[in-house]
Design a protein around this ligand. Sequence first.
Ligand SMILES: Nc1ncnc2c1ncn2[C@@H]1O[C@H](COP(=O)(O)OP(=O)(O)OP(=O)(O)O)[C@@H](O)[C@H]1O
Length: 440
Amino acid sequence: MMEYKNTIIAAIAISEIIEMIGAYGIFKKCGRRPWLAFIPFLRHDRMGKCAGRVQEGRSLALISLGIVVMITTICMFKPNSLQSMISMFLLMLMMIPCVIYSIRVYFGLAAAFGRNRLWVIPWLILRCLCALLWGCSKRFKTAEGYPFDEEEAAPEVSGLEAESLDEGLSINITKRTAMNFLQRKVLLRDIHLSIPKGHMVLLLGGSGSGKTTFLNAVTGYEKAKAVITLAGSNVYKDYKSMKYDIGFVPQQDLVRGSDTVYRTLSDAALLRLPSDMKGDVRRDRINDVLDTFGLTPVKSSLVDKLSGGQRKRLSIAIEYISDPTLFILDEPDSGLDGVMARALFEKLRAIADSGKIVIVITHTPDRVADLFDDVIVVAKDANRTGRLAYYGAREKSYGFFGKKSMEEILMSVNRREEGGEGKADEFVRKYTAAVAGGEL
Ligand SMILES: Nc1ncnc2c1ncn2[C@@H]1O[C@H](COP(=O)(O)OP(=O)(O)OP(=O)(O)O)[C@@H](O)[C@H]1O
């Protein structure tokens, strides 16, 4: 038994030494103080910094410390004692976040060295040998542009409080946080803007930049540290009474195939219109909405028999039945061809022109860009927090970003490892300065 223990200790010591040598090389390549590689635990922290994953590196360092404490406890007590069992249980628990944080740090390292993300597998299995290879081999160099955005990270706090509009939407999100694997993550920070009524706004942002989180915070579905006012009323405080003032059309259609179009809308009307509304007034509203969305010819058809475009229009009509002041749509054009998408967005434009506010997420903005008044660009900064990189007139946005299309604007703020130009922080700073200087 003793021999067995000694072998394990010797193996751990050898792998530690190999890893230290490798980490020394990695730190040097990443422009960090290399001697820190020889300090246990701090090494994990610095590895996180090299990978651009500061929080994960720090958490990994703490968990590694916990693991060592647990292993020592297990060795100190008799194998089947209560203390040893508890330590074993805690050790198992710690392994889960340890693996998760390790994966995140290795993903970051792969991006820092411009390598495939699959490298995370050998890193997890043979960490010490991978560290040695990446640290000592000349074939492993940091990627072009490394460290990504680090020196010029966007300011921690930015943005000016948006004024409350009597008839429009004013959004003042200070922060939206969430617990994520034992760690509080800031999903959104400092998003302040006011949208006047009659405006149709494009919400632009890369995958995971925080668009849905932003919309959920605006509608009050998932509250943030924020003040949202719609036509002078506080959305969070008056949530119940304002629920149907805000129409939210999710990406997925939530309609029952076995109902007719009319039945679907009349059920929605029963739910969303005031209960004291007279039957004929309600019927008129249903017919108006059917007309608005070109669904009158198919009002007796089963939902299952509708085309993709008709089904989409029905989903939108369900939310529109309550005549919302603020109308939000998450990718209403997914699955629609260019002509159908254009026709749909023209309807949304008409709704905005009737004095509403329409906010739309679309992944193919350029085919309908001319229909929008304004653009909101949400981008992930160096801390992976969703920030406001632009809000203003669509026409000015091209000049602000120095680009010719919405897709190019999106690429400029997307992170490098996602194929973008990684200029999110630069534009958050530029936007903050422009707003403070009264240029936007
Ligand atoms: N409740 C939550 N807890 C922890 N993290 C979350 C939570 N909600 C969202 N996130 C994280 O916040 C980030 C933004 O997510 P969000 O869904 O808002 O992005 P998105 O811009 O809508 O992306 P997509 O275009 O891919 O739908 C993601 O990294 C996501 O993992």
